[in-house]
Write a protein that binds this ligand. Sequence first.
Ligand SMILES: [Fe+2]
Length: 329
Amino acid sequence: MPQPLSPASAAPLLLFVDDDTELTHILSEFFHQQNYRTAAAHSLQEAIRALHREIPALLIVDMRLPDGNGNDLIAYLRRRPEGEAVPVIVVSALADTPSIHTARRSGADEYLTKPFSPAELLDMVRNSLRRRRAVEQLVTREAHLQTVTMLAKTIEARDAYTGGHVERVSAYARKLAEALKWSEEDRTLLEFGALLHDIGKITIPEHILNKPGPLTPAEQAVMREHPQRGAEMLRQVSHLRPAIPYILYHHERWDGRGYPEGLQGEAIPREGRLLAIVDAYDAMTTRRPYRARPLSKAKAAAEILRQSGTIFDPHMAKTFVHLVQKGKI
Ligand SMILES: [Fe+2]
């Protein structure tokens, strides 16, 4: 019978499959002390039953089992949707290249030749689980990003003049943040912020949003509410809340004459200062109701420089213009 699970239920479960009961016992003890949960099976059938009870975080399997082959178990695991991402370490006395290739073809991630020390296996287990977590985080981020992109495009679809705006703004913003040496984490958040910066426009009436001529003061006042309305929307979504500064402050001006708060200079969160530049640049270089023809890249860059210190953060503006001049934007 498979050994019962050890009690620390939050810890990752390792399943050892080997007909050598002494080895599975030693490994179970060792990994239990390292705060893993462990289970052991000593034949293919026993291992399949163990997989039915719980899919482990990691499978460690011997190639030669009394009633079959380790490769069959890996294939069985991979056929189950929740087993697709489980890292597999194959342990075997066979160190020859064909055996390693066969194991890899079956879906093994690592190969360890017997005899090995538990510490050696521990390194491998840690690395495999770390890689898996990294992949999972990436997948989660990608899924969020897809949802947010869909939302941003839906909002944009109402706006007759800004086709592709959010995606271009997002791409420019990423490049500027990279040039400004923002951290990886900040740049991830930036991506969400850039995509959602005008989300508040969803609450602006169509006739104001798409008015071909200049807005009346009253209409302008409504239009200027979009940063706060967007921020209010994002407050309801816990994982998007950190992106609020992008939404709230992208219409602030360096000289303090922007909105909604009229903040000045570095009192404006840097998220807002960065987005103001890329947002304006895209508006200048694309067709808009208030301008007959878009500006060339060079003219738009010159305009950003001209307004540096009044509308835009001078350091960020200079960095951005450099990127345009170098052809990176
Ligand atoms: Fe805006």
